[in-house]
Design a protein around this ligand. Structure first.
Ligand code: PLP
Length: 404
């Protein structure tokens, strides 16, 4: 690439710190997939040897995902990602006229699905969260009414990483015989997941948040629970998700699930938590008026959402981008949305502070050097914003791109 169009013109190197948006494929995952992208060809529904080999590979992956979630293999339905898993869970069990209880901080894959059901005649209760970003299980209990069919609450929030009190909510769901769906897309591989301990009936995960390819995902569907499929066609996935399986993707997803599970026990996750804490400490030392959103709450080990008082988040993001640090202004799916973060708003964080917030999310590939680089570049970017222009001028520069 010619030097003049190098994406990081000011920086020796670049660091990716947006793992909650997507993660790089691990080499072991790529290796597992490679034969299925090369000359190993087979449709798992075919009866011949090639088909049987593909079926066997898919079933190994199903067991690997089941081991991550502590469920039976047949309870795993492969999908095309987290959004599809959430939609399959919600539209699959909620009939017109029913009542749904969900939270104000869900990812848009749940939020917009529930809004769609509202348009179709369902009723929804949107649970508030406290200033730390947690749902109160007692609010869940109070929201239940005759006709409540589903409770859907996420495990870890994608912007703050804050974990929800799922076991308490699961107990309430069971006491009342109400189905419980959990969006665990940002939790899988970062904290242990046991669907029985949670007491959920449905749970969504996504491959590309845990070093598997984009376009892979799974829904845990409790044995015996019937679900209306979203697609009509063949009898794949026990008629729960029609369409020829993405064999290479599923094999990669299975491998990533096995590696993620190992990471929960081999110190990998604890290392990630230490790095995240170092990053937070380093940034809070360098940045005046910075605060961690959701600080002190139980959180996944890889995420921190930091608000930087006195700067516009979009400008800081753009400066960091130029300096070679890729972080996010919030959810990747809402990047560019004008209305700001519904999650921070629900936590009662004032608009000004919310719009000055950035999300840093680490993966198992993040190194100590990456953390030092990030702290250094945040300090550098804040220094430039403070010296070069006041906040008003910064706002003006956001549209045109920062002049560095
Ligand atoms: N749920 C949560 C909490 C997410 O963070 C995301 C993606 O960021 C999704 C669902 C959607 O997953 P996918 O990108 O696999 O469709």
């Amino acid at each position: 690439m010619p030097a003049e169009i190098h994406p990081f013109p000011e920086s020796r190197r670049s660091v990716y710190m947006d793992a909650n948006a997507t993660t790089p494929l691990l080499p072991e995952v790529f290796e597992a997939m490679a034969p299925w992208l090369g000359d190993q060809c087979g449709n798992p529904s075919s009866a011949h040897a090639h088909g049987r080999a593909a079926r066997a590979a898919v079933e190994v992956a199903r067991q690997q995902v089941a081991d991550l979630l502590h469920c039976a293999a047949m309870e795993v339905v492969f999908t095309g990602g987290g959004t599809e898993s959430d939609n399959l869970a919600i539209f699959g069990v909620v009939a017109p006229g029913a009542h749904i209880v969900t939270s104000a901080i869900e990812h848009h894959a749940v939020l917009h699905a529930v809004e769609r059901l509202e348009q179709q005649g369902c009723a929804a209760t949107w649970l508030p969260v406290n200033e730390g970003g947690r749902v109160n299980p007692e609010e869940v209990r109070r929201a239940l009414r005759p006709g409540t069919r589903l409770i859907s609450v996420m495990m870890a929030n994608n912007e703050t990483g804050v974990l929800q009190p799922l076991e308490a909510i699961g107990r309430i769901a069971r006491e009342h015989g109400i189905l419980f769906h959990v969006d665990a897309v940002q939790a899988a591989g970062k904290v242990p997941i046991d669907v029985k301990c949670i007491g959920c009936d449905l749970l969504s995960i996504s491959g590309h948040k845990m070093h598997a390819p984009q376009g892979t995902g799974a829904l845990f569907l409790r044995e015996g629970l019937k679900l209306e499929p979203m697609f009509w066609g063949g009898a794949q996935e026990l008629s729960r998700r029609a369409g020829t399986e993405n064999v290479a993707g599923i094999v990669g997803f299975g491998k990533a699930a096995a590696l993620a599970r190992a990471g929960l026990f081999d110190g990998g996750v604890q290392r990630m938590a230490r790095l995240r804490d170092d990053l937070e400490r380093g940034i809070l030392l360098e940045a005046e008026n910075a605060a961690v959103n959701g600080f002190g709450m139980p959180r996944v080990p890889n995420t921190t959402s930091i608000s930087f008082g006195g700067v516009e988040g979009a400008v800081l993001l753009a400066v960091l981008d130029r300096l070679g640090l890729s972080v996010s202004g919030g959810s990747a799916c809402t990047a560019g949305a004008a209305e700001g973060s519904h999650v921070l708003k629900a936590m009662g964080i004032p608009q000004e502070q919310a719009s000055a917030s950035l999300r840093f999310s680490l993966s198992k590939l993040t190194s100590c050097e990456d953390i030092n680089f990030a702290i250094w570049q945040v300090a550098e970017a804040l220094g430039r914003l403070r010296t070069d222009a006041g906040p008003e001028t910064n706002r003006g520069e956001a549209a045109a791109g920062p002049a560095l």
